[in-house]
Design a protein around this ligand. Structure first.
Ligand SMILES: N[C@@H](CCC(=O)N[C@@H](CS)C(=O)NCC(=O)O)C(=O)O
Length: 242
């Protein structure tokens, strides 16, 4: 894919809202600068950068994509922009474009955001009943996966994927299934969902995703000491599993 000027994806050095975009750019062979803002307990690097609106966009948040002198902010807008700019929109029927957009929107609000919030929960919601909250997020995630599993079968998503290039929604779905398993472990019970499980295992370019994760290992969120927070969640799940 040739873009007239260099492409930059700017995000924190974590997976969060940026990793699926990295997968997409890598898998689609789009040369880009993977600019990662270093994380630290005091967020010093971000504090220095945040006010530079040329880099952090109109809302001073990340991710931000720079593409042919355009600056694009907001995760869902970046996803839609890449879908259009790389010809994916033109490859799909109107109905399949709607399905693609619905899947991106759903994963964002029903998996990506709740998983990220859960990892931050005891920091951003002082006094939260972490055990109850964790179980609730797990139950909602399982419920959501059951429905998406049915929908992807009805849409024949996997069959379609074998006949077209990998698209943004595929990258996002794979990433969130991977993160959900990291957070909930076996309690997610992905294997109960045949279509999703098959998608996760057979997703084209899965090796590209895994290579990137291995080459640049990073936390899911910017939460300080995320590993300990994850251990705590796993302890809660182990103690409260029915
Ligand atoms: N609505 C934005 C939210 C972006 C957002 O909140 N990004 C976080 C990182 S995941 C951020 O930049 N946080 C820094 C801050 O709030 O100062 C989107 O969907 O992209």
């Amino acid at each position: 894919m040739s873009v007239k000027t260099p492409v930059t994806l700017r995000y924190f050095d974590c997976r969060g809202r940026g990793q699926f975009l990295r997968y997409y750019l890598k898998a689609r062979d789009i040369a880009f600068s993977d600019e990662r803002v270093p994380l630290s307990a005091d967020f010093a690097a971000w504090a220095t950068l945040r006010g530079d609106r040329a880099k952090t966009g109109p809302f001073q948040r990340l991710p931000v994509l720079e593409w042919d002198r355009q600056t694009v902010a907001e995760t869902l807008v970046i996803a839609a922009f890449l879908h259009r700019a790389n010809g994916d929109q033109a490859r799909l029927s109107e109905q399949d474009n709607l399905r693609h957009a619905m899947l991106v929107s759903g994963i964002n609000s029903d998996l990506m955001t709740p998983l990220g919030t859960l990892l931050w929960a005891d920091v951003v919601m002082p006094g939260v009943d972490l055990a109850a909250y964790t179980r609730r997020v797990l139950d909602r995630a399982r419920q959501y996966l059951e429905i998406v599993d049915r929908t992807l079968s009805e849409w024949r998503w996997l069959e379609g994927l074998r006949e077209r290039p990998l698209m943004v929604a595929d990258c996002m779905l794979w990433e969130e299934l991977d993160v959900a398993q990291l957070v909930f472990g076996e309690q997610l019970q992905l294997e109960r969902h045949a279509a999703l499980n098959q998608f996760y295992r057979e997703c084209p370019h899965r090796a590209v995703f895994e290579r990137l994760l291995a080459a640049q290992p990073c936390q899911v969120t910017g939460r300080p000491a995320e590993a300990q927070a994850l251990d705590k969640l796993r302890g809660i799940l182990a103690a409260t599993s029915p």
